[in-house]
Design a protein. Structure first.
Length: 303
């Protein structure tokens, strides 16, 4: 086990449509994709696609969607450690002009305790804040064993502030800043005060604001993907997380700016494809994005 990814699993149905039906109308979508979904789950698939040994502790039901998810994981060599739920969770994702609307049905009523795994051989633990009991257990265990703990702080979730006490690399969203009434700069300062070695806030097209172990706040602009090539931004942040985990596993001696630069190129690849699976980058895709796209103008982006 190189890495353990812990979070909530979905099956995502992504549909491209020019209009949404209302009332008693029917519409025909221009295209669709069916894939795995969920923050840490998608990150885990991205890390596996980039060549790493990924284990995943996630929700799973004994239904058709659950069987589909298990087959998807098997195709990427991911070892599943399921926590039973009665029904699989489902998302309908509707990309629209560089943004996306999402309708979810989620079952987070767990039918069993989480599995206790030996993570002594792991080098990365990645969490998305779901399954707080399991997340805190494994974050503490990872801290004791010197395993890097990474957090996708996409939104406020139960016991998140307690969890952050055991996180090494916290990459959070603009949404979490708003929920906690923090600016990006204030969020970085707060994460550092909680003991995070690396703190970052992702802000979509504005890129990533972050600070390393020296505490100096920095800005990493996003890569400019022409608007006509942006198809589906859903999952781009999750791919970002999975890619920096992969970069760390590949080059632990490299600095975190290098890991984030690798991750933003992986995200630039993702947004050009419909659905999470189609957007997973191989290493050559990351190299191509790095070579093809330049940084966006950063004149107005300030921490």
């Amino acid at each position: 086990m190189e890495a353990l990814f812990l979070g909530h699993a979905y099956i995502d149905v992504t549909m491209l449509t020019d209009e949404m039906p209302a009332g008693d109308e029917k519409m025909v979508a221009r295209d669709y994709a069916v894939s795995f979904g969920g923050n840490a789950v998608t990150a885990g698939f991205a890390c596996a696609k980039l060549g790493h040994d990924v284990h995943m502790l996630t929700t799973q039901a004994r239904d058709w969607l659950g069987h589909m998810f298990a087959e998807m994981a098997d195709a990427y060599g991911i070892r599943l450690h399921p926590r039973k739920v009665a029904r699989s969770s489902l998302s309908f994702v509707l990309p629209n002009d560089g943004k996306r609307a999402i309708l979810r049905a989620r079952d987070d009523h767990y039918l069993q305790p989480f599995l206790r795994l030996d993570i002594s051989s792991a080098r990365v633990l990645h969490l998305d804040g779901h399954m707080a009991d399991a997340a805190i257990h494994y974050a503490k265990a990872a801290r004791e064993r010197g395993v890097l703990v990474s957090l996708d702080g996409g939104a406020m979730r139960p016991r998140l502030e307690e969890l952050i006490d055991f996180v090494d690399v916290a990459v959070v969203s603009k949404q979490l800043c708003k929920q906690m009434s923090f600016s990006e700069s204030e969020m970085l300062a707060w994460l550092k005060s909680k003991g995070c070695r690396i703190a970052a806030v992702t802000v979509g097209e504005k890129g990533t604001f972050w600070c390393g172990e020296d505490g100096v706040q920095q800005h990493l602009p996003s890569l400019h993907v022409p608007s006509e090539r942006v198809i589906d931004t859903s999952g781009a942040g999750d791919v970002f997380h999975g890619a920096y985990c992969a970069s760390f596993l590949e080059r632990p001696e490299a600095g975190w700016r290098a890991h984030f630069e690798f991750a933003r190129a992986a995200s630039a690849h993702k947004v050009q494809h419909l659905g999470n699976e189609a957007g997973l980058p191989a290493r050559e895709d990351v190299a191509k994005a790095l070579a093809e796209f330049s940084e966006t103008a950063a004149a107005e982006a300030q921490v």
